[in-house]
Design a protein around this ligand. Structure first.
Ligand SMILES: Cc1cc2nc3c(=O)[nH]c(=O)nc-3n(C[C@H](O)[C@H](O)[C@H](O)COP(=O)(O)O)c2cc1C
Length: 221
């Protein structure tokens, strides 16, 4: 059985646990002395092809480069590729949801750590925080990890107040599709509006910029 099938099989078992995660008390992952920067790191978007006129929006994303399923060793994560395309089309700034303790370059080691974090319902410490009060809309991007959000995304969601904001979720995956992310978001952020998710296969996000561009354009309409 190849690794992805094993992951997907395991997910069937893990999904109910993950669904309860929002109600459980968060357990902070063990960390070494962190080099935490309190300032948010915002990557300013290039000139947009089209600027939205509505409330101020931010693209917040979690993404991992290095070795990954179906794409080999990559310099830019799949979700980041999509995030950059959204930035190009909207003019929104980018914020990376990044953990103090990064993840291993090796895919095998990474999935093992990710599984442990999910089992513990961990909340990995984030390297940067951001004040979301000035943003009305958040484009929230993430890969699927073990059928769920990486635990760091829950750290991000639970450490910010999304009441009254609109979340536009997008994700990349290798078979799990949207992995029920919209429902998970509604559970964790009950006072936010959650719009329809954009789901793109990871290898396509990595290797087919034209399709990503079109998919993002269709989604933003
Ligand atoms: C730790 C880990 C767990 C994963 N679990 C799943 C999964 O359950 N379902 C799935 O479709 N893809 C899974 N994948 C594949 C990623 O979702 C996919 O490669 C995604 O595009 C990675 O995005 P990124 O490069 O932005 O991190 C997993 C990848 C990793 C590293």
């Amino acid at each position: 059985m190849n690794r992805m099938i094993r992951i997907l099989s395991a997910l069937t078992l893990l999904a109910p646990l993950a669904a309860c995660g929002a109600q459980q008390s968060a357990e902070t992952a063990d960390t070494e002395e962190p080099a935490v920067t309190e300032e948010a790191v915002i990557e300013e978007a290039a000139e947009p092809e089209e600027t939205k006129e509505e409330g101020k929006a931010l693209i917040a994303y979690f993404s991992r480069a290095d070795e990954n399923y179906n794409v080999g060793v990559i310099e830019e994560g799949n979700t980041y590729k999509v995030a950059k395309e959204i930035a190009a089309q909207t003019g929104c700034d980018l914020f990376e949801i990044r953990t103090v303790n990064g993840y291993p370059q090796s895919y095998d080691e990474c999935i093992a750590i990710a599984q442990k974090e999910q089992d513990k319902n961990a909340r990995p410490e984030l390297a940067e925080t951001i004040d979301l009060s000035e943003y009305d809309e958040i484009y929230l991007g993430s890969p699927v990890w073990w059928g769920d959000y990486p635990m760091a995304v829950y750290t991000f969601l639970e450490s910010n107040d999304f009441a009254g904001k609109t979340i536009h979720p997008f994700n990349t995956h290798e078979g799990s599709g949207s992995a029920g992310f919209e429902a998970k978001l509604k559970r964790v952020c009950p006072d936010a509006e959650v719009t329809e998710i954009l789901s793109i296969q990871g290898a396509e996000a990595q290797n087919d910029p034209d399709r990503v561009k079109q998919a993002v354009a269709d989604w933003l309409k």
